[in-house]
Write a protein that binds this ligand. Structure first.
Ligand SMILES: [Zn+2]
Length: 82
């Protein structure tokens, strides 16, 4: 994904078409960062670090863990076909 100029403020995000959904806390173990959920112009949900206004997955310790972590729903489908 191209990391072009990501908006640095709430106002800039809104101008780019992002919509604020809710405030929350990241539930990844060892993280607990304050995040704001936005809906992207493409309709996806994106957590933003309140402290830095950057996408939270850029620094969340849970993201790396999830990459090599437990199998997701797709793997379960393969284990139990039909
Ligand atoms: Zn996190």
């Amino acid at each position: 994904m191209a990391r072009k100029q990501f908006p640095r403020t709430h106002k800039a995000l809104v101008l780019e078409g992002y919509r604020f959904i809710a405030a929350g806390i990241c539930r990844e173990p060892g993280c607990g960062a304050k995040i704001w959920w936005y809906q992207t112009p493409g309709g996806r949900r994106l957590p933003i670090d309140v402290a830095t206004m950057r996408p939270h997955q850029w620094r969340c310790p849970g993201v790396e863990r999830n990459k090599r972590g437990a199998p997701g729903p797709r793997a379960q489908l393969e284990l139990f076909p039909g």
